[in-house]
Design a binder for this molecule. Structure first.
Ligand SMILES: Nc1ncnc2c1ncn2[C@@H]1O[C@H](COP(=O)(O)OP(=O)(O)OP(=O)(O)O)[C@@H](O)[C@H]1O
Ligand SMILES: [Mg+2]
Length: 273
């Protein structure tokens, strides 16, 4: 039986100034799940996931990550198991070269220098950063900076990998890299949490979607279920991928009811034509 790796119980987060960003959230994520978090701007997505490595502490309620209560464990300790790629890379970057940025995490975990190097080289290779390995991160464009922050977390091989808006601003190559990253993490058995407005990514890469609306979790199900729930989509002002919308409109026997990928609809549709 896969264990419950993240458990939020009656979680509230209230920022200074009485801003309630999370209201009574209950959520259980099991090891190895790939879970998307969706919701409009300001609905509380980043606030939710920042509890997973202790960057934020519950105002009320409890969050258990890998059996540890985030309220009583520090970020340093939690970060051994949880890697969080910030929504804004400028909040994460601090070193003066790409290589130094990526080495920091594994070195900090106490790996031997040889292992640190190995992890760094693998990350540079995976994210195709060889040409800019000596560059100062602040000389790079926002999307490339974001890839550097993903590489920095990747090099730590965390058991839980949290991505906050990984495809924002990415070109096609960057988006493919994010898909490839999630696929790789899935194969290695990591638990992956993806906060994203990119509904194509959410449809194609996740097993499950959690929907936030005005600080509350109001939906939790498979992408197919969530994207077929018209009331939920309307209330949250979220839009399923066009392929899902199209397949639902033209649905008939022999075709998928709610396709999540182009191929899922294209092949059976071609046969009926
Ligand atoms: N440090 C803070 N202090 C006060 N209020 C904050 C702070 N950070 C976030 N908020 C507020 O909390 C609410 C939730 O913010 P959060 O960043 O979690 O939303 P989000 O769903 O990640 O939005 P986005 O899609 O824009 O990234 C918003 O109303 C936001 O303005
Ligand atoms: Mg956010």
């Amino acid at each position: 039986m896969p264990e419950n790796i993240i458990v939020c119980e009656d979680l509230w987060h209230i920022y200074p100034g009485e801003v309630t960003a999370l209201r009574d959230a209950n959520l259980t994520i099991t090891e190895g799940e790939v879970v998307g978090v969706i919701g409009q701007n300001g609905s509380g997505k980043t606030t939710l996931v920042k509890h997973f490595n202790g960057l934020l502490k519950p105002s009320r309620g409890q969050v258990l990550v890998n059996g540890m209560d985030v309220g009583s464990h520090g970020t340093a300790e939690l970060s051994r198991n949880v890697g969080y790629v910030f929504q804004n890379p400028n909040h994460q970057l601090f070193a003066n070269s790409v290589t130094k940025e990526i080495s920091f995490g594994p070195r900090n975990l106490g790996l031997e220098e040889r292992e640190v190097e190995e992890q760094v080289e693998q990350a540079i290779d995976f994210f195709d950063l060889e040409d800019i390995r000596d560059s100062h991160p602040y000389r790079l464009s926002f999307p490339v900076r974001k890839l550097v922050t993903m590489a920095a977390i990747y090099a730590m091989q965390p058991k839980i990998f949290v991505l906050d808006e990984p495809t924002t601003g990415q070109d096609h190559i960057g988006v493919r890299l994010v898909h490839k990253l999630i696929q790789k993490l899935r194969e290695t058995g990591a638990t992956v949490i993806i906060v994203s407005h990119d509904m194509i990514l959410q449809a194609e890469a996740t097993d499950r979607l959690v929907v936030l609306w005005q600080a509350e979790i109001i939906g939790d199900g498979s992408p197919r279920e969530i994207f077929s729930d018209d009331q939920l989509m309307e209330r949250t002002n979220l839009h399923p991928p066009q392929i899902t919308q199209l397949s639902r409109r033209i649905y008939r026997s022999g075709l998928p009811e709610a396709a999540l990928r182009v191929e899922e609809l294209a092949e059976p549709l071609a046969k009926t034509l």
